[in-house]
Design a protein around this ligand. Sequence first.
Ligand SMILES: Nc1nc2c(c(=O)[nH]1)N[C@H]1C(S)=C(S)[C@@H](COP(=O)(O)OP(=O)(O)OC[C@H]3O[C@@H](n4cnc5c(=O)[nH]c(N)nc54)[C@H](O)[C@@H]3O)O[C@H]1N2
Ligand SMILES: Nc1nc2c(c(=O)[nH]1)N[C@H]1C(S)=C(S)[C@@H](COP(=O)(O)OP(=O)(O)OC[C@H]3O[C@@H](n4cnc5c(=O)[nH]c(N)nc54)[C@H](O)[C@@H]3O)O[C@H]1N2
Ligand code: SF4
Ligand SMILES: [Mo]
Length: 883
Amino acid sequence: MAQHATQTTCPYCGVGCGILAAPQADGTVAIKGDPGHPANFGRLCSKGSALGETVGLDNRLLYPQVNGKRVDWDNALDHVSDRFKQIIDQYGSDAVAFYVSGQLLTEDYYMANKLMKGFIGSGNIETNSRLCMSSAVAAHKRAFGSDSVPCSYEDLEQTDLLVIVGSNTAWCHPVLFQRITQAKQNRPNMKVVVIDPRKTATCDIADLHLPLRPGADAFLFNGLLSYLKQHDGIDWHYLEQHVEGFALSLDSAAKTAANIPQVARQTELSEEDVARFYQLFASTEKTISLFSQGINQSTSGTDKCNAIINCHLATGRIGKQGMGPFSITGQPNAMGGREVGGLCNQLAAHMEIDNPQHYNRLSRFWDTNCLTQTAGHKTIEMFQAIERGEIKAVWIIATNPVVSIPDADQVKRALEKCELVIVSEIEKQTDCTEFADVLLPALGWGEKDGTVTNSERRISHQRAFLPAPGEARADWWMLKEVGKRMGFVKQFQFETTVDVFREHARLSAFENQGQRDFDISALANITELQYAALQPIQWPVTDNAPQGTARMFADNHFYTASGKARMIAVDPRYPQNEVDDIYPLVLNTGRIRDQWHTMTRTGRAPRLNAHISEPLIDMHPVDAGHWQLQNKALVQVESKWGRMIGRVNLTPNQRPGSLFIPIHWNGQVASQARVDTLVAPITDPISGQPESKHTPVNVRPFLPRWHAFILSRQSLNLTETAYWVNVKGQQFWRYELAGNNWIEKPLQWVQSMIGQQGEWLEFSDQRTGRYRVANIVDNQLQIVMFLGPDHHLPERGWLSQLFSEEKLDASARQSLLAGRPGPGQQDKGKLVCACFAVGETTIKEAIHKGEAKSVDEIGRCLKAGTNCGSCIPELKQLLTDYG
Ligand SMILES: Nc1nc2c(c(=O)[nH]1)N[C@H]1C(S)=C(S)[C@@H](COP(=O)(O)OP(=O)(O)OC[C@H]3O[C@@H](n4cnc5c(=O)[nH]c(N)nc54)[C@H](O)[C@@H]3O)O[C@H]1N2
Ligand SMILES: Nc1nc2c(c(=O)[nH]1)N[C@H]1C(S)=C(S)[C@@H](COP(=O)(O)OP(=O)(O)OC[C@H]3O[C@@H](n4cnc5c(=O)[nH]c(N)nc54)[C@H](O)[C@@H]3O)O[C@H]1N2
Ligand code: SF4
Ligand SMILES: [Mo]
């Protein structure tokens, strides 16, 4: 494989793993971790490992379309630029907008920002990073005068105390989690504290888990600051030399979170736990606080980030090996988006709209006289302005806002109303393309070429190894073509990605002289060959640091006017919307191990769909008792903004009083499972980031007249029933269904979908309303359906396995309509290890038999956990529960 493999990067999370990808003769792609990449050193998680299953062309958007008709590129691009010009002439430049994404390559992103801010002359470019990183960005700027992430991944391995707050690293940054786990094994004195209302897989390595009251983090960190002051934990020398604002911040902490008993009440933690955390922090010099969406996605997210950063400044724990506040980015190029100024209130290369010097400098560099003078609408406001008709055209690129923006039905209304919706996509049909007047086919991962920057500021090259399918083109190419057609020929004269990258690098260097943190001047004259061979490198990359920079602020110089960092006085607040009698539960949302965002790509990979297959509502058993909900029953969840239906999963890991629902299910794969229809469109006043982790909701059982599931070798069109979910499996499709219109003749119904050929096995019990049917052709299972009046249907695991069997044996046939394996047959149970398809039952059996007493032994006898390692926390849990 090695000689044909292309060195590239994973298109999913901000860890930014290097990948070796080798297309095979049979059309598949062999995927391996790149041993030479400093983010992963050869490791990959379950999602990265399954990339080969996602590159197929079914449902790919291959040709441009205008108003539902296929057109050629010239037509499509002329249409876009003509309509933009018309709208701008009539209503001004703020009547158009771009909504883009941290999954664009830096070159795409640079182009989008240049066109909108520099030449259309509006601030109306937003990115999904508003929903993701904007609180951290705002906090960095307040504290450091620049949006700089100080640390490196290496620091995570070298630290003595890792505080993981509002991050489920085990599932969301799995390779980094493996590196941390390994470091902890190598140095058992290293301590890990996890701060999260839920007990997550990340708690697997926690010495201390603080399941705090949702939204209470700023109380906890202000309390920590008070504690440090009271216990001689402050580095006064560092403060006096390098920090401003500390007196006010310490005051504010003392006023709002004075002592441990008070903090324990505010956070609903035990005094012992709070004290243990504070003692650990106070006594450990090498400390990192790693934070993510549990902190950022909040109406006080910026303050929460600063409350964390304050504790690092107060102790001087920044800019040194193994220490610092570490905001971890989510998307593969969230960091690159920040470099190019993708948010509506930034300029490119870490410059500011309201800084006259920056404004003037960028105008000269871009050779423009219409650089936007004002920030545009932030994401939530942008879609509200679209609904009001103020914004008349929007170009959506590499993001799926109908699924991912809070108050998602509002986004639907806005797009329905919008005069001109342009969508650049790789998929033919998404919740968003349904609203498109113009569809532009983009190159996807493996086909496109450019750079991305990961969480540790490391720029890596993402390289193409597949041909462009159909007429798909790169996102940057579409943007520059529209720019040229709008009359900016000279400024959009780019031939290749390296041209774009070079301009981006030159801009970072332009009149910089150490004033701006983002500086990759050493790459400003990069040649095509050098770009093609570019190896991963951390910015700043300058003449002084030609090999890049692992750690920022090592010289204690910050990018503020005084050169000092700032502590920010934080007045902690609870979430804006609290529970009440009508909406008594807190809805928390986030991610699961094997799906990526709105599932358009991971949903293609059967092995990623097997871990958690249905829209899931995690709930504590105490709450379930109160609302009389049974495990695995269908439940309707409702907020002031919308409702959804999913399957309840009872778990003691959940905090009583709060639900957790994943963000992934979209309207193409499930009837009513877009969780963002429920989420409140309220935002942090500073960052504009929505409060996606805290919406008051209520629950009630969803009680249709019948429940069913169908497993079918061929795909079916089943989107008519009150509840439906479809899932792609290994050689089958799975349909979860429930409805109110009774199915009178179930056999005929099934036969109307797949025909009557072959052998039909049926079981029917009129009295209980239970019905089962299976169809076998040439000794192979074609379809099986279980139907009943309630959700008590057999597990789907064993039946699913039968689709991979060449021939059904006699005992499988006999047990088919029982839905359970007969003697001599094996049910693997719920999938745990995605790489080797090892199920829970198999693992439990090995544990019972004494064959597997440790994760290593499970690996030795079943292979589970030995490839990507993403399931290791679950293996450990099984060992604890059944060992
Ligand atoms: N598998 C997978 N990995 C991904 C992604 C994916 O879609 N799937 N997406 C990527 C992206 S874009 C991002 S941004 C990252 C996100 O990565 P994370 O931020 O780690 O993921 P989330 O699950 O959104 O939320 C993290 C945790 O915050 C907790 N939380 C909720 N409320 C609070 C609170 O008040 N305080 C504290 N301390 N914690 C709270 C939640 O319970 C949750 O466990 O993941 C990236 N990685
Ligand atoms: N309630 C709640 N909502 C959330 C979150 C949460 O935690 N809770 N998290 C938020 C966060 S942190 C994020 S980052 C967002 C993510 O939300 P989105 O950005 O909306 O999610 P994706 O599914 O990644 O959307 C990317 C789209 O681009 C398409 N695509 C893929 N590659 C390319 C390409 O190369 N070019 C083009 N043009 N298109 C491409 C994909 O098919 C897909 O439709 O969700 C946010 N929404
Ligand atoms: S941790 Fe997984 S999803 Fe993230 S970059 Fe690495 S392989 Fe991709
Ligand atoms: Mo994100």
